[in-house]
Each structure stands twice: as C-alpha cells, then as structure tokens.
Design a protein. Structure first.
Lengths: 345, 504
C-alpha cells in the first residue's frame, strides 16, 4: 500500500474514532432525556398508578427519587468493582439479607443506631467473604458470587419466621413506626434521609474514583492486572477491599429499602445485580474493566429507575422484566460497539 | 507428476514491518526428505520466515514454490492442506482427550453426527506405533510427557501425509533421554517421505541431526550448505554473527563502589545456582538466548517467581513480593512492554506515576497538579514524543511506549533498575536514545541490570557481562578488555567453557 493511501486510511480511522468517542461521551445523557421526554408525553390518564398523572409532576419526581435510593446507594461502589475487572452478583441477596436482619433487630426492640451499625458490619463481612472466595481462593467471580447470592438469600429466608413472607409487625408485636424515618420521613424538599445519604455516597465515590489512589489502582488492575502487579500494586488486597466496600453499600441499600417498606423482605433485593450491571454498562464502563465512571453510572441508574417507573404506568408488571432485559441487551451491544475502538490492524 | 528434487523453493522473499524489513530478499531451496536446519540469532528473521511458510503472516513480495507449484497460504489450516505442518512450542494437543481422539481431531468420520470407527483411525494409530510404541491410543494425552505429546503431533502430521514438518525448538522443554528418542524419530521421518525444517538455538543438535543448514542474519540469507561441509560449531557461529561491529564502549572510570545487590546460590524451576553482585552505579548485562533464564532471573529477584537461595539488597534480605521489592528501591521494566509494563488503555498521565502514587498524593488523595507536572517532567526528560499528557499509551510508538515504562520505573525512585529486553522491537533511533538514558542514569549513581538477547546491546553499554545458558551462569566477562563475540556465542549456545573464558 502506498503511503498516501495509508495516510487517508489513518485519518479516516482517526475521524471515526473521534466520532465514536463523542457518541460515547454523550449518548447516555441523550438516552436519559429521551426516556423522560417519552414518558412525559405519553398520556397516562387511563392508568392510575401515579394518581395525579404526569411523569414530571413534583409528586412523581419525588416518588421516583425515593424509589431510586437503593440503586443510587449501591451502583457507585459496584462501578469501582467493575472498573477493577471484577463483578459481584450477590449484591441483591446481600441487600435482602441486610433488610431482613435490620428489620428483625428493630422488631426485637433494638434502637436505630445499633441496628444500623450491626447491619453495616454484616454487610462488610459479606463482602469480605466474596473477596475471600474470589481473590484468595481464586474462584471465578461469576461462580463465586452466584454461590453467595444463593447463600445470602438462603440465610435471609431462614431468618424470616415460618409461614411469613417477610419480617414485619403483627397484632401482638408491632413494628415501631419510626422504622420509616430513615427512608420515608420528609427532611428536605420532600425527600428523606436515605436519599441525602445516597447523594453523599455518590459524591464520595465520584471523588474516590477520580481523585484517589484507590480509584487509580482499580483502573490499573482492571486495565492490566499483570502490569499492575509488576508495578507493585497488590491486586488481591485492592479488589478484596472493593468487594468489602460493595458489601457495605449493599447493606446500606438494603436498610433503605427495609425502612421504605417497613418490613424485611428476603426477596426485596432480587434483581439488583442486574440493575447495577445495566447502570454500569450504560455508563460506559468496559465489562472487562480498566475504564469507567461512577458519575455516569448514576446517570445509567436514573435511566433504569425512569424506565421502571415509567413502564409501570404504561405496561403490565409482567412485561417490565422483559423490557428491562431488552434494555440490558441494548446496553451491552452499545457498550461493545462504543468501547471497542477500531485500531489499525 | 514428476517431482522435483526440491520440496520448497524460496525466491526473493521479503517481509516489511512498519519500521523494519524483517526478511530481506531471502532465496534458498529445501531438498526433499532431508532434515533442514534453520539457525540465526534472535531477530535474524527465522520466525518471520516460518510465519510466512505456515500462513500466519503474509509476505510483502517474493515467491515460494511448493513441489514446483506457487504456494501462498492464507492460514495455518491452508498450509496444512498444502502439506506443511508445524510443531509449535505451544503444543497443539487437547489434554483432556485420548491419544486416539487427538489424532483424529477435526477429521473424524461421522454418520449423522455419530462418530464412526474407520480405517483412518487404524492408519493413524499404526503410524504412531511405528514412531513410539509405548504410547497407547486410549491413553489420556494429559498423562503424556511433553516429548510424547510432540510425538503425537508428529504422528498426526505424518499420517495426514504432510510433506514438510516445521519444528520450532522442539527440545527446549524436554529431558536429555527424550531428546535422543525424538532425534531418532526425526531421522526416521526421512523414510516416510517427510522433510523436516528444524529450528534450534542449540548448535550441537544441528550437527547431530541436520542434512542441510541455512544461516540467517539480520533478515538476510547468509548461506545454505550441507552440514557435512561445515567444519565445526565455531564456523557456524561465525556465519551467524558475521562481522559484528560494536559501538565503542568506554570503560567506566573510578573505583569499584559498594555492592548494592548480592545474589547467592539462587535456584528455582529454571535457574541453577546463580550468584553475582551488583555495585553502585554499575551496568550489568545478562546475555543468553531464548530460554536461557534471563527473564526468570529478573522475576525471581523481583519477587514474582519463587526461589531458593539468598538475595540481599543493601545487606538486607529482599522480601519476595513485588510491592515490597519496589519499596526497597528496585524497579523492573518487564520483557513484554504492552502486556506487562504498560496500561495501554490509560493515558500517559495514568501510566507514569503509578508505581509511586504516594509521592504525588496526600492521605490517599491525588494532587492532580503534581500528577500533571511529574508526567510533563518525564515527557521532557526522556523526550517522549506526544502531543499531550492525555494521549492513550496504546497510541504511542514502541520506542515511546518503552520510555513511558521507563519513566514509570524512574518515578518509583529506584536505585536499581532491571531492564528486561529494553529495546526489543523498537527502532534504531529510539534504541540509541534509551542507551543514552541508561548511561546517564548510571552516571547519576543508579545501578542497572540489563537482560538481553542482543549481543551488541550488552557489549555496547554493560560494564560486566554474565553469560547464561540453560538457567546456569556460564561465564563472567569484564567489558572493555577481551570481548570475543565468537567465544561468547560459543558459550551461550551450549559450548564448553574453557578456562580462559572466565574473565576475571
């Protein structure tokens, strides 16, 4: 091939890569705006889920943000783990178990703060166990966390008394009303503590990812584990720590849900792993790790919440899971097309 | 069809890579039913030539005649169909299947998807039995030694009527007695109408096995001759290295300083009883061919591979963990730049400070200004040619990538740098720049260990050169006095060390 030809080929390639990287930067915002726009325009009159109808009414927005609390709390930490090239499928079960434990403690007279702290410590130990299996015993992440997914769920189901579907108050033993305070009580602008905690978590994790050694090392390990280890990064410790962080935030998210529903449902976290993965992939993090952004995952999480809430108003419940699955496929395909840049062969 | 005497005729073969011509107008013939050896130093163009023959890589120009007909393979599969099989160093057998299943893999006879026992299996098993009766067809391949796995592959190639079997260093990983057995089999292949192209760094094997030998050097064909016409290995060595012109080495002035690194009786899976010292400001070279144990030595010191023996750094025992080794003051530029040294999807700024983040951070928070400044400093100091600190490392040229890896190690504040193949695959200009950097570092008092399979490289910059062969330290040479490239090549290809070779 002569050099002129090669030159045009290269500039074409560079241009297509530039276009690609711009699309990559912007598409997620476009998707969010589109979804909001579509649900705002669709006439919701016949469907009575929201009562007062409009997707962008203050009431719906507040409802939407309240229901978004668990995924907002959890998906940031999940992103860090995925940037390092690892995954945790047990987050949903860890949430459920935390919800059950938290509710059980409160129902049995433990006050808020001790119950809260005990549950967080439990979340840390769940993450520790995942880290142990994956990093120390070197079990493939998907297998190890699939096993713990079932383990955690099993424990949660065991804690719930026989014959009940969840830990909840009864005629003889009432669940204290203040369990709602964390995730329902309006503290500012109609939103509860749990929401502001989630915002704080996001801010902290965005900073961790962008500005700290932990964030850089996660990207380094995900980018090239061999190089990272030869550069003196202890990948085992680092990823183990990320699993613990994910466990911690899974517990926090689980308690937010328990407080919101004032019961400990052992299935309440089901599907959270899928939501997190969709959010992370929508946010442009490579499935293989190495690059990614907590901030964009949050946008991805909002897309999922809008989609779930919006779909709730227009299509029957049993279609929603399928719709979500389709979005995942779209997200994975887009991620694959955009993340993989063409390089000269 | 009248078969010609030559099974393969290579004419004016050229292979160009972006910065280098790897095969330069090579022409020679390979005679039918012979063992034809191919020798040359690393980078001589052997592997590129083989890749072209096996269809793994396309030629730039030139022609190849196979049995008198034009031959242009598009893939290794295509090459196989034309009758050229290859025995790669990475063996191509499936451990979990039986010998029989491996032999017929990909060529099974079936009816409606069900396997059928046919004569084909018997033919294959017979061929294998004639080569090595001790292998039973129902045996799992995982239970075989490396040598026997090779024999299974050879049997498959013979049974599928290959005209040519290419063997790339088949003796690198097998024991002495197995080598004898393998050689007997290779010799017997001549009667089975098979031509063997044999590549090895062990020159003795060529005299034992070869009918013809082709010598390559710097991408060029030097000579093809019957082995019987070659007097001894030193004649072969001379052909391999030609008149190597070494850049002028200027011996270091000044006295010997303190030993910074002491290695005593280091042994592991690859290394045997290695001892040496590195002094402050000294540049040490480890020279040996592929498989001599250079990389393994670097990895052992760096704490990646386990070892027995003692490694002292500044008088203290070195803990066998890379993070602790780096903290002690040693940094490694690994052999494979892209897969071991660099974070290709990160920017230059993401790469340079990664080994010493503490230096640019406070309580875990990175100071972005310092991070940028440090990166710019090294771009400047090592003259990395890039438009900004934000360029992705994968988009840099090989030489600049290597400089980024070097910058990474320098930023780690190491007193001892280990450079494994520091200039592999980079162009001449960048090479001499990197040599300049290394000399400068040594002047600043840093100690440097270079692990290289390029003789001019170690002779060019190293004060002391250790020769490695088969995991053993074979000789020590002081640079500046009697560097005799022939003698060196003699030693690193497994020749005996005479008393005079021990430099000190």
């Amino acid at each position: 091939m002569n050099s002129a030809n090669e030159y045009t080929l290269r500039t074409q390639l560079e241009r297509s890569n530039a276009v690609r990287s711009n699309i990559k930067k912007l598409y997620i915002y476009v998707v969010l705006v589109l979804i909001v726009a579509v649900f705002s325009v669709v006439k919701l009159g016949q469907v009575e889920f929201f009562g007062r109808g409009h997707f962008l009414s203050p009431d719906s927005i507040i409802n939407l943000l309240r229901s978004a609390v668990p995924i907002l709390t959890l998906s940031g930490a999940f992103t860090l783990l995925m940037i390092s090239g690892y995954i945790d499928l047990s987050v949903g079960s860890a949430m459920s178990l935390s919800a059950v434990v938290f509710s059980w403690l409160i129902l049995n007279g433990v006050s808020f703060l001790p119950a809260f702290l005990v549950t967080l410590v439990m979340g840390i130990s769940l993450g520790f166990l995942n880290g142990l299996l994956v990093m120390k015993l070197r079990i493939t992440p998907v297998i190890a966390t699939l096993v713990t997914l079932n383990l955690f769920k099993g424990i949660a189901l065991l804690i719930v008394p026989h014959g009940l579907s969840a830990i909840k108050g009864s005629a003889t033993k009432l669940m204290p009303a203040w369990i709602n305070d964390y995730a329902r009580l309006d503290v500012l602008l109609g939103l509860p503590w749990a929401f502001y905690v989630a915002i704080l978590v996001i801010v902290v994790l965005v900073i961790v990812q962008r500005k700290t050694i932990l964030g850089k090392y996660a990207a380094a390990v995900g980018g090239n584990r061999t190089s990272a280890e030869l550069s003196g990064i202890n990948a085992v410790k680092l990823v183990w720590l990320l699993y613990i962080i994910v466990g911690f935030f899974a517990a926090l998210a689980g308690m937010a849900r328990a407080s919101y529903m004032s019961l400990g449902d052992p299935l309440s976290g089901d599907g959270m792993e899928l939501d997190c993965i969709i959010a992370v992939l929508l946010g442009g993090t490579a499935f293989s790790g190495g690059e990614g952004s907590v901030a964009k995952t949050i946008v991805g999480a909002l897309i999922i919440v809008c989609l779930t809430t919006g779909l709730m108003t227009v299509i029957p419940a049993f279609w929603q899971t399928m719709a979500k699955g389709s979005v995942l496929i779209a997200a994975v395909v887009l991620n694959h097309l955009l993340v993989r840049e063409k390089v000269k062969a | 069809m009248e078969l010609t005497d030559n099974v393969l005729e290579i004419r004016d073969l050229v292979k160009d890579f972006p910065s280098v011509r790897a095969v330069n107008r090579v022409s020679f013939d390979i005679k039918r039913n012979t063992v034809h050896c191919l020798v040359g130093e690393n980078g001589a163009g052997k592997s590129t030539l083989i890749k072209i023959l096996t269809g793994a890589s396309a030629r730039s120009s030139g022609s190849i005649l196979l049995n008198g007909e034009a031959y242009t393979p598009h893939s290794t599969r295509d090459a196989k169909q034309h009758g050229i099989s290859t025995l790669f160093q990475e063996l191509n057998v499936v451990d979990q299947l039986t010998v029989e299943e491996n032999l017929t893999l990909g060529m099974e006879d079936t009816t409606l998807g069900f396997l059928r026992k046919t004569d084909k299996i018997n033919t294959m098993v017979n061929v294998m039995n004639s080569l090595e009766p001790s292998i039973t067809p129902r045996q799992l391949v995982s239970t075989l030694s490396v040598a026997k796995k090779q024999i299974v592959e050879i049997a498959k190639a013979v049974a599928t009527e290959s005209d040519i079997i290419i063997m790339d260093e088949p003796t690198a990983a097998i024991s002495e007695s197995e080598i004898k057995r393998l050689f007997a089999i290779i010799k017997s292949l001549r009667e089975k109408n098979v031509t063997v192209i044999y590549i090895s760094h062990r020159l003795d094997e060529i005299f034992e096995l070869g009918d013809y030998v082709t010598v390559m050097r710097d991408g060029k064909h030097i000579d093809t001759r019957p082995v019987s016409e070659i007097k001894d290995r030193s004649e072969l060595v001379k052909m391999m290295i030609g008149k190597t012109v070494f850049e002028q080495y200027t011996p270091k002035e000044g006295e010997c300083k303190d030993a910074i690194l002491q290695v005593r009786n280091l042994s592991n899976h690859k290394l045997r009883d290695i001892s040496f010292e590195v002094h402050e400001g000294e540049i040490i070279g480890f020279y040996g061919l592929v498989g001599a144990g250079k990389t393994e030595l670097a990895r052992a010191i760096y704490g990646v591979d386990p070892y027995e023996g003692e490694i002292l750094f500044r008088g203290k025992k070195l803990p066998p963990f890379p993070d602790k080794v780096i903290a002690a003051g040693i940094a490694l530029v690994p052999e494979e730049r892209r897969s071991q040294g660099l974070f290709t999807i990160l920017t230059i700024r993401g790469n340079v400070p990664v080994m010493n983040m503490r230096k640019i951070s406070h309580n875990g928070f990175i100071n972005a200004g310092q991070e940028r400044k440090v990166t710019l400093d090294y771009i400047d100091k090592l003259r990395i040619s890039t438009s900004s600190t934000e360029k992705e490392a994968s988009k840099l040229s090989g030489g600049n990538q290597q400089k980024v890896v070097l910058a990474k190690c320098l930023f780690a504040d190491a007193d001892l740098l280990m450079l494994d193949e520091p200039t592999r695959g980079i162009d001449v200009g960048a090479k001499s720049e990197i040599y300049g950097i290394i000399r400068q570092l040594s002047k600043e008092g840093k100690s440097i260990m270079i692990f290289s399979s390029e003789l001019p490289e170690v002779v060019n910059i190293c004060d002391t050169i250790y020769l490695l062969y088969d995991g053993r330290m074979k000789a020590t040479l002081r640079n500046g006095c009697d560097i005799d490239s022939e003698k060196i090549l003699h030693i690193v290809t497994g020749g005996n060390v005479t008393s005079g070779d021990r430099g000190e």
